[in-house]
Ligand binder design. Structure first.
Ligand code: ADP
Length: 421
């Protein structure tokens, strides 16, 4: 293992911000329901998924009001930006993992000029649905009922990519991920838990405390720690498919749909980029992937570009939790013809590359449906058909996942997948 390859995973509430905004929101809007719900959670009657579902129902449906609520409580812990700058200077990717209401994380980071330093945000999604708020948990473990967001799965995915992971947190629900990390920076409740469990950690107050020597524990944590309620024996590595909204098996290949961010799929071996011809960064998917992967991706891409509509090339994943990125150039709707054949070629060629590289799992965004203007219903039908037609030839690829950014794109892809013969 390359000893210099280090990644940070940071909790958000109480770690990046001084206050726990999710708790304050739930208490403010939930009143006595907050006390009852938190007491039941504390007694183990349900896990964070249950807590989030119950408390989301008490939030106002106006997300602007919630963002304003979060904004005035969004004081950052001292030294954060210096720490981010120093991590970047050392070439260390930073990930945020949060099990709260996810909606305010990105706006707060943007407001403080910190978003650009973060490779990936693994958080729940609090969205307005049918006149009320709902919190989706796309990073939950499928069978473990304890957390809404399996932060441990992110730590494990990064370790499997050869990173030594330093975990930074403060709270009760950081305990599992911390136990899997190579080094722990803990304060408050997390420090108490580590002390009680005999887990080595470094105490921190503010981010200046993280600027000095690294604090590696030597041995990484043990599985049993992730077992407060009889979950022993759950293999997080092979079972991190929480949040799957629909799946269908076609010729032995599982095709799934999830709502989420393409750069936050740590259990996939490869993700697909809806690239531009020059394979540069930009807006949409390409921007998100290049930001998360870091500048070495662009360096490699320079050697692979340009590509034509329908073509695909493969590169390393760099700071992404995935081993590879497969870059496809989708057709621009109304310009690159015949559109459907070119779009189908993207999916076929991407799967062929995954197969040649003996990859087991691949995630696709909805190629061409953003700035390239392909109507999403038409694109989803083409994509599903192309995958289904390619499936019989796949020996290594076992999982193909559509990762859709919006609820409506998810619904459209679910329907297209249901229609597949
Ligand atoms: P194209 O240029 O091929 O149209 P875009 O990147 O503009 O590609 O968008 C493709 C689709 O991916 C759009 O539906 C867009 O909403 C969605 N999208 C944008 N960013 C992400 C992301 N980070 N993860 C998943 N999907 C995304």
């Amino acid at each position: 293992m390359n000893a210099s390859k280090v990644a940070y995973v940071l909790d958000f509430d109480g770690t990046i911000t001084e206050r726990d905004i999710t708790r304050e929101m739930a208490r403010h809007y939930g009143g006595k329901h907050y006390d009852e719900c938190s007491a039941a959670y504390g007694r183990g009657e349900f896990g964070m998924k249950g807590w989030l579902a119950r408390m989301s129902a008490h939030l106002p449906s106006d997300t602007a009001e919630l963002l304003a609520f979060a904004g005035i409580r969004a004081g950052l812990r001292p030294g954060l930006k210096e720490f981010f700058i120093s991590a970047r200077a050392k070439g260390r990717p930073l990930y945020i993992a949060s099990d709260g209401f996810g909606l305010y994380i990105e706006p707060i980071l943007e407001r403080h000029g910190c978003r650009e330093y973060v490779s990936g945000i693994f958080c729940n999604e609090t969205i307005a649905a049918g006149g009320r708020l709902e919190t989706l948990t796309p990073h939950a473990h499928r069978s473990c009922p304890v957390c809404g967001n399996c932060k441990a799965a992110l730590v494990i995915a990064l370790r499997e990519k050869g990173f030594r992971v330093l975990y930074v947190g403060d709270g009760f629900n950081d305990r599992f991920a911390a136990a899997y990390a190579d080094g722990i920076y803990a304060r408050d409740r997390l420090a108490e838990i580590c002390t009680a469990a005999g887990l080595p950690f470094k105490r921190w107050d503010h981010f200046h405390d993280l600027l000095g020597d690294d604090q590696f524990a030597g041995e990484h944590g043990n599985h049993r720690f992730c077992d407060p309620q009889g979950m022993d024996g759950v293999d997080l590595r092979s079972d991190n498919s929480g949040g799957i909204q629909m799946k269908k098996i076609v010729s032995g290949v599982t095709i799934e749909c999830v709502r989420g961010d393409i750069v936050a799929q740590p259990d996939l071996e490869a993700i697909v980029n809806a690239a531009n011809a020059q394979l540069r960064s930009g807006g949409g998917v390409a921007g998100a992937i290049h930001r998360a992967a870091g500048p070495r991706l662009e360096e490699e891409c320079r050697l692979l570009a340009p590509i034509k509509p329908g073509e695909a090339v493969i590169s390393g994943g760099y700071n992404l939790p995935n081993r590879h990125v497969i870059h496809c150039l989708g057709p621009v709707y109304g310009r690159d013809r015949p559109e459907a054949a070119l779009l189908a070629n993207c999916y076929r060629n991407a799967l062929r590359l995954a197969e040649e590289n003996e990859l087991e799992s691949v995630g696709f965004p909805a190629i061409s449906t953003g700035i390239f203007g392909y109507p999403v219903e038409e694109a989803a039908a083409v994509a599903c058909r192309a995958i289904a037609e390619t499936a019989p030839a796949l020996e290594h690829v076992k999982t193909v996942r559509f990762v859709l950014f919006s609820e409506s794109d998810l619904a459209v892809h679910r329907k297209a997948l249901e229609k597949l013969e």
